[in-house]
Ligand binder design. Sequence first.
Ligand code: MRU
Length: 339
Amino acid sequence: MRVPPAILWDSATLSLKLLDQRLLPHEQTYLDITNLQEACAAIATLAVRGAPAIGIAAAYALVVCARSLPEQTATTDLTDLASQLKAARPTAVNLAWAVDRLLKVHQAGGGLDALHREARAIHDEDRAICRAIGAAGAPLIKPGVSVLTHCNAGALAVSELGTATAPLYLSHQAGIPFRVYADETRPLLQGARLTAWELQAAGIDVTLICDNAAAALMASGEIDLVIVGTDRVTRNGDVVNKIGTLNLAVLCRHFGIPFYVACPSSTFDPHTATGADVTIEHRAAQEVLGEQAARVKAHNPAFDVTPAELVSGLITDRGLLDYSSDHPLLPLLEDQQQY
Ligand code: MRU
């Protein structure tokens, strides 16, 4: 069994449906996205989530909106709608990157067909990128290894193979035996609800752990490498990803465990110098407090910054970029500059 696609796009009717990931794994419901408000709400509430997926969803949402704009007001309106979409979540660079790609087409005089083609291209490229990341990372999955991952950088966050999960899917298909530990990923449990579910559905040996069990597992020699996804890699190589990623990177340095980040070229941000320059999304206290906690204040950043010095390398669609070499990010940097 494979998990259902996060994004359904109908090219004939230009209609968009998003799998409501807040309800997974127990309920599989698609939301119809018919206007900007619905698109922004789906992104902000994490009905659709994961850096590449929110970029793809926003690109299609803009096509949906463009379809119903009167021609003479389209220029200002589309620019305004694009700004609102970009503001739905601030941290993942893919959202602004995808929306800006469509805006560029629009500003060059492209009409609805051209916008549609660009959105489709972003989605198609994403599938190819995931396959390339899988091929680049598969050599890391030696027979018998134990891999720890955090949050969900899988099929539900991207398309098809995911990013951090792509080497796992390809190695599994190749018959390599290995096991995965999935951090549950407080407070919204993307690891428990999504990663564990999708890996198990693919027949991969997956074990769920509390986030705070990682150090003890590493100390007992149970973890051979960590692979996580990312929401943005800055020019100096800092990695912004789900809160708790930094904890793992620090632990890996302590225990001498390789720490890899699967990074599609769309997630590399050459315009931002360091992780300190990235806006980190802070979410509602209620997500942390839930029903059980005392009624106190809560601190709930959704992401953290792992400094480049703690990263072993990036698994990218251009190959494995080793952070110990001099200019590991240049190949990505050159391509991304064009957007
Ligand atoms: O808040 P989320 O669920 O959108 O956070 C997702 C992550 O942190 C992922 O690791 C990241 O977006 C990469 S997805 C390929």
